[in-house]
Ligand binder design. Structure first.
Ligand SMILES: [Zn+2]
Length: 363
């Protein structure tokens, strides 16, 4: 039975991801799918031998999981949200007490008291590769772990785009809504791995994301002197942008610390990156992420003047302060992100997000 296998596969995948079992713990090697996608892409849909402790027929809880709840993948009815392209809609209800309908997320309306304090985590990724070690992994995560992270957040939260959040915060007439358990995925720098590895996963799971790019290094290849890892080119950026799932925004032109620069240079960095993105992608560029999290009053004011309506202040340095979440009351000019670094290994991202949400004060 496909759904049963899927649930079992997810239990095992999430267990591995959560660090409960070593990698490659005897599971069959996943096969590439018929589109020729990499093997790890289908890992969550593989059908390994069920572990003796798995309880796939356990009665699920009837209500949607609130944000911040304990990570309990074996009983979550939202597992049926995981993409299952073939025949999933034609399955007949059986005697097994499985969820027959995916619970719809609850929504909060802009302008209401609850809307002011809804907690919104924004994840920050960079490069995705298996080629890293503990000394250079500050901003690299393996494809396998990235896939597991995305599968987990899709199950436990409701991924939204950064733009949806910005529009919600700026909404004055109550016309915008937000799911009660939102999460946002972002990337910095513009690595080719975002296009080759992350984009297929995000498409498969229907997770929107914002990629903040360094415009001077678009299309630059590793070994050519400018970048350590190859960056995607404008055609690839346009393909992602035109999909409607990915939004390409500014991470300055030269990946500089704006907080340490004079006003003229700040203006050059902001306006050149905005111009190049708009010219090459045919869209408005109005959001910025500051490289290294470096900013100043000058930079913030210059960004506003240049037309940036949202600013991510915390960027590449994985410090404690990164592990914060946002609330609409704080606005969108000082968005904070949870930096996911490769040094975390197969970190339990759900636990990290849960703690960050729990730590955020709203009063
Ligand atoms: Zn960066």
């Amino acid at each position: 039975m496909k759904k049963l296998s899927l649930i079992i596969a997810l239990i095992i995948s999430v267990s591995v991801f959560a660090g409960f079992a070593p990698k490659n713990n005897g599971n069959p090697t996943p096969k590439p799918n018929d589109q020729g996608a990499p093997a790890w892409l289908n890992e969550a849909n593989a059908t390994p031998t069920p572990a003796p402790t798995a309880k796939p027929t356990q009665t699920p809880r009837p209500t949607a999981r609130p944000a911040g709840a304990t990570f309990e993948p074996t009983t979550d009815p939202n597992f049926s949200q995981t993409p299952e392209p073939e025949n999933s809609s034609s399955e007949q209800p059986s005697a097994t007490p499985e969820p027959t309908q995916t619970p719809k997320p609850e929504f909060v309306k802009a302008g209401t008291p609850e809307a002011e304090t809804i907690k919104v985590p924004i994840l920050l990724y960079h490069h995705i590769s298996d080629d890293f070690n503990l000394t250079n992994a500050i901003s690299i995560i393996s494809p396998r772990d990235f896939n597991l992270h995305m599968t987990a957040i899709k199950t436990q939260y409701t991924p939204i785009s950064l733009r949806e959040y910005v529009e919600f915060v700026n909404c004055k007439d109550g016309s915008k809504t937000l799911p009660t358990n939102p999460i946002i995925v972002t990337f910095d720098d513009g690595y080719l791995s975002n296009y080759e590895v992350a984009y297929p996963i995000l498409k498969k799971l229907e997770i929107p994301a914002t990629i903040f790019i360094v415009t001077d290094t678009v299309g630059e290849k590793s070994g050519d002197g400018k970048v350590n890892y190859t960056h995607f080119n404008w055609e690839q950026a346009k393909e992602m942008q035109d999909s409607g799932l990915i939004d390409i925004e500014s991470h300055t032109n030269d990946h500089v610390k704006l907080g340490q620069l004079d006003a003229d240079t700040v203006n050059y960095e902001l306006r050149k990156s905005k111009y190049l993105i708009e010219k090459n992608l045919g869209k408005t560029c109005d959001m910025i992420a500051y490289p290294y999290g470096s900013y100043s009053d000058t930079a913030i004011q210059a960004s506003k003047k240049a037309g940036f309506i949202a600013q991510c202040l915390v960027g590449d340095d994985a410090t404690d302060i990164d592990y914060e979440v946002n609330i609409p009351r704080d606005g969108v000019m000082n968005l904070t992100r949870i930096t996911v670094s490769g040094t975390m290994g197969n970190v339990n991202i759900i636990e990290l997000v849960r703690k960050s949400i729990a730590n955020k004060k709203t009063d």
